[in-house]
Design a protein around this ligand. Sequence first.
Ligand SMILES: C[S@@+](CC[C@H](N)C(=O)[O-])C[C@H]1O[C@@H](n2cnc3c(N)ncnc32)[C@H](O)[C@@H]1O
Length: 261
Amino acid sequence: MAEQKLLSSHYSNVFADHYDSWFGTSSETADTVELLAQLAGSGPVLELGIGTGRIALPLQARGVEVIGIDGSEAMVAQLRSKPGGQHIPVTIGDFSQVPVEGSFSLIYLAAGTFFELPSQQAQLDCFTNATRRLAPDGLFVFDANLPETLFATQSTNGQALATDGDQLIVRYRQLDPAAQRYTSHYVIIDDGATRHLKVAFRYAAPGELDLMAHLAGLRLKERLGGWSGTQFTRSSAYHVSVYEADAAKPSGVQARSVSMR
Ligand SMILES: C[S@@+](CC[C@H](N)C(=O)[O-])C[C@H]1O[C@@H](n2cnc3c(N)ncnc32)[C@H](O)[C@@H]1O
């Protein structure tokens, strides 16, 4: 969690005021909410890294009961300042530990947040602890870049990102394959001011994610090519993975006895 606090102070806390306008276009937000609403079941649902409520608020407006976890008070303050933001219970803490009670028909992460967990162990912990909070027919869902995409875009750095506003955002990804990590550097020019924002990630290929799921007592139900529900194919750059309980395996049992460090 110490490393996470450092990361949060880098962007979540410092850039919380601008997060919504700089990141996440409205079309991508709408696709994400639509797919999550279809997967939500009877609820309640839990968002790990709920942030400013970019996804949670419109999902709640669709009649889904949402609760969240986030490590950044500043991001959650943004959520609280929005209409409906007072009605979403949020726990401040490390989401890899899933520090909430109850059981959920859907636990999800959006905007590539899973890879913000800084190590393989933290990512495995997240799978294991989420599994313990899933209802019997519950789903664990998140989106992620493919390593191949990260490497392909490295050679065409930096890339201008689409935004809904007047800002110019250029992203440069610095990869470290030896550590299976990358840092995204964003140069943001907004209303005459230039900022430099850095976010660190630990990436994993789908096969490694599926193995973590297996260790936690889950199995892959479906892999999509994005939040719009496109098929996952050999030309996909991205994936949205949907995990469900593995009926052949008691949840979390293996993960407690296996360390993948
Ligand atoms: C990229 S933002 C996504 C916010 C929101 N899910 C969205 O799609 O707009 C990632 C969020 O996860 C939070 N976060 C990252 N790692 C975390 C951790 N280990 N525990 C709790 N929150 C974390 C950050 O503070 C931030 O609010």
